[in-house]
Design a protein around this ligand. Structure first.
Ligand code: NAD
Length: 405
């Protein structure tokens, strides 16, 4: 008995000893594995680079992934906001040459969930970069906003304009074709029409652009239209008139680089004058053949404009091309604009009248009946004074653009 007991005792003791040591070891391994798994999942969730790549690189049923080029810029950021609100998945590509990272950060703050929005810093003039972006992401559609976009600047730096607008659009088209991206919504402009003899401008008004900006956009349109003759890509070309306004909820605004002021758009100049950043407003050209001698333009609110994009995206059909003017159909003179700006800002802006600006044209306003009819779109939010008031609210609280509040 004794030997048996003696024999068993150490054995049991040994077994007990071994069990006691093994149990915590297995347990601790399980716990460690669990902790590591939780940690990895946490890191993946925290890192948009890793989690984002996975979600953005696959087509997901029921989710439309839109590449918004130039999404850090004025119109692109407003379009991205609208797309995100409408539950699209958005990738913004921008080289920040003119856009604002702060606008992208605001969008990221509003839509922080994984798989909603990613930002890629990239220059669309670099074919390798563009191909990498297209091979690493699964886009369903492209809204191509990115461009240099100042008429006056284009007369001084034409090559830059042809490169940035025409050549970069060709690069985008090649990448879309190679990666079988199905839909393109292209940002074109009324500047492609030049100075037509007959107003209003319809989509069949001959396109005879008179400055490098308009010519570069017309060439880009030609590339797109020629390609689409033999392709099943769904294409919508939107020719915008003059864009004003900003997000009515005050999250985004128009904040061009200060050095672009001299080429800038009239709304920016009005606000700068109202804030005292510039001494007054310079109206270039008072001898145009118009009612009050100043140029006539068709101003469209950015909220209406991005709505046209979403409608165009919804109605885009494979193998078909839709070309639409996006304007109100009503021309307003620069003098009228200045009066509306004075009322919107409450500031008696000084106005200096100068000679014409090279490359400008007298009168431009749209006939929007095609887009009204086919895309069921009308300019609902555009009201010159109200649009300027909304934009002014943002400008007043963002004296240095997105830099300060
Ligand atoms: N604002 C208007 O009144 C108006 C009128 C007609 C057409 N458009 C067109 O709308 C589009 C957007 O204009 P916007 O007023 O928002 O201009 P914007 O300058 O505010 O935005 C353009 C964006 O494109 C980016 N970009 C430029 N070149 C790039 C490149 N090579 N690679 C990557 N990103 C690049 C800029 O950094 C900027 O963020 C343009 O195509 C413009 O021609 C504008």
């Amino acid at each position: 008995m004794l030997p048996v007991n003696r024999g068993r005792a150490p054995h049991r003791a040994g077994m007990d000893f071994t069990d006691a040591k093994r149990k915590p070891s297995v347990l601790s391994k399980v716990v460690l594995a669990l902790v590591l798994t939780v940690f990895c999942v946490y890191i993946l969730k925290q890192s948009p680079g890793i989690a984002g790549t996975n979600m953005f690189s696959v087509h997901e049923p029921g989710v439309t992934h839109v590449l918004v080029t130039g999404g850090a810029g004025f119109i692109g950021s407003h379009a991205a906001l609208r797309l995100l609100k409408d539950n699209y998945r958005v990738t913004i590509v921008d080289n920040l040459s003119r856009g604002n990272m702060a606008a992208v950060k605001i969008l990221q703050g509003l839509f922080p969930e994984p798989g909603r929005l990613q930002f890629i810093y990239g220059d669309l003039g670099d074919t390798k970069v563009v191909n990498k972006i297209f091979s690493e992401n699964a886009f369903d559609a492209v809204m191509h906003f990115a461009a240099v976009a100042y008429v006056g600047e284009s007369t001084l730096e034409p090559l830059r304009y042809y490169h940035n607008i025409t050549a970069n659009t060709l690069t985008i088209m090649e990448a879309m074709a190679a990666h079988r991206v199905k839909t393109l919504i292209y940002s074109s402009t009324c500047a492609t029409y030049g100075e037509p003899e007959k107003m209003p401008i319809t989509e069949v008004t001959p396109q005879v652009p008179i400055n490098p900006y308009g010519k570069a956009k017309k060439m880009a349109e030609d590339i797109i239209l020629d390609f689409s003759k033999n392709s099943d890509m769904a294409v919508m070309v939107l020719r915008y008139f003059n864009v004003i306004g900003s997000d009515p909820e005050g999250r985004l605004g128009e904040a061009p680089r200060p050095e672009l002021r001299e080429h800038g758009r009239i709304s920016g100049a009005c606000f700068d004058a109202a804030r005292g950043i510039i001494p007054g407003l310079k109206v270039r050209g008072t001898d145009y053949p118009t009612q009050d001698g100043t140029c006539i333009r068709d101003y469209i609110d950015v909220t209406d404009l991005v709505d046209a994009h979403v409608k165009a995206l919804g109605k885009a059909e494979p193998g078909k091309v839709g070309i639409y003017n996006v304007g109100t159909g009503r021309g307003r003179s620069v003098k009228e604009f200045v009066e509306a700006c004075k009322k919107a800002t409450g500031v008696e802006i000084k106005v200096e009248y100068l000679t014409r600006r090279p490359g400008d044209y007298a009168e431009v306003y749209s006939d929007p009946s095609k887009i009204n009819r086919e895309l069921n779109w009308t300019a609902k939010y555009t009201d010159l004074q109200e649009s300027l008031s909304i934009a002014w609210r943002w400008q007043k609280s963002h004296r240095n653009g997105y830099g300060t509040s």
